[in-house]
Design a protein around this ligand. Structure first.
Ligand SMILES: NC(=O)c1ccc[n+]([C@@H]2O[C@H](COP(=O)([O-])OP(=O)(O)OC[C@H]3O[C@@H](n4cnc5c(N)ncnc54)[C@H](OP(=O)(O)O)[C@@H]3O)[C@@H](O)[C@H]2O)c1
Length: 285
């Protein structure tokens, strides 16, 4: 699956060109978990692509406000607003959309690595709390977004999933994370059927150095870590019309965008990049 098309670990010309013309000028975005790690890279990618206004969200008030100040200094043409909230808190998330309005782009990035060793040893309370952040959190953010007045037609909702949703790792200590990431994918494959005017894409950001990656206990893949800038630029590209054909799909930030575009017909006609089990491709239809 990782080799669906050619892959990149570092920024490359095709992607850089696709986002360097500031294709997101005038757009607004809301990004969860934006104060560090993958969320910080995504925020930089969306701001570099010209977004006018970005709301960033995290639980830690000091951290998210410090991130806002860093972003504001680096991207003076973008307005940043920081919100401290837990993504599983329905009232807090609803209040954020009331204050910010319905953005053109929503990115469900906040997530946790809930496993502490083999399943049999887990304290299932914190384990489940991590599962809630990964599944209930994006559900809350998405539902409150959809319930906000004047959701823009053609809005884009990107969810930071993981290769963990699909890879058959022979690893112990990943039952909570892998299952929560697969549940996320199915959540959005279903919600999108009810909202054909909105584009939903599930995305593996690559293996990006972060507090979360360290906490996960994963080792760097043999071919190296993914550059965070590449991941951020890929999310920016996904928010442009150029990537509209990927609606509903699961994609990797490392995939070459020109080759992906070249496979558009295969993806659309062959129902590729959707979840199923081997040998049972189309269910009842
Ligand atoms: N790093 C990788 O290689 C990798 C690979 C595949 C997928 N991912 C996915 O990428 C996303 C970000 O991961 P990361 O590696 O950047 O992890 P991280 O370094 O632990 O960052 C997680 C972010 O999410 C926020 N967060 C966590 N729980 C939250 C909650 N309940 N409500 C609101 N915000 C919350 C954290 O902010 P506060 O602590 O301030 O709340 C932080 O900004 C996750 O969805 C993860 O599954 C990462």
């Amino acid at each position: 699956m990782a080799h669906f098309v050619k892959t990149h670990k570092q920024p490359y010309d095709g992607l850089t060109k696709a986002v360097s013309g500031r294709p997101l000028v005038g757009k607004s975005a809301l990004i969860t978990g934006a104060g560090r790690g993958v969320g910080e890279h995504i925020t930089k990618g969306i701001a570099s692509a010209g977004a006018a206004k970005i709301a960033i969200l995290g639980r830690d008030k000091v951290r998210i406000e410090a991130a806002r100040d860093r972003f504001a200094a680096r991207y003076p043409e973008t307005k940043f607003v920081a919100f401290a909230a837990d993504v599983t808190d329905e009232n807090a998330v609803a209040a954020i959309f009331d204050a910010f309005g319905a953005p053109d782009i929503v990115i469900n990035n906040a997530g946790q690595f809930p496993d502490d060793g083999p399943f049999i040893q887990q304290d299932l309370k914190p384990w489940w709390a991590g599962w809630e952040t990964n599944v209930l959190g994006p559900a809350v953010v998405t539902q409150k977004f959809l319930q906000t007045k004047a959701v823009p037609k053609g809005a884009v909702l990107l969810t930071v999933s993981s290769m963990a949703a699909h890879m058959r790792f022979p690893l112990t200590g990943w039952a909570g994370y892998n299952s929560s990431k697969l549940a996320q994918v199915r959540l959005f494959e279903n919600i999108r059927i009810e909202h054909p005017d909105i584009r939903f894409v599930n995305v593996h950001p690559g293996n990006v150095d972060s507090d979360g990656f360290t906490r996960s206990g994963a080792s760097a893949p043999p071919d190296g870590m993914t550059n965070g800038e590449l991941a951020g630029d890929f999310f920016a590209w996904l928010a442009t019309d150029d990537a509209a054909f990927l609606n509903g799909r699961f994609v990797w930030a490392e995939w070459d965008i020109e080759e992906l575009k070249g496979r558009r017909k295969d993806i659309e006609d062959g129902d590729l990049l959707l979840t199923t089990i081997d040998g049972f491709s189309k269910g009842f239809f």
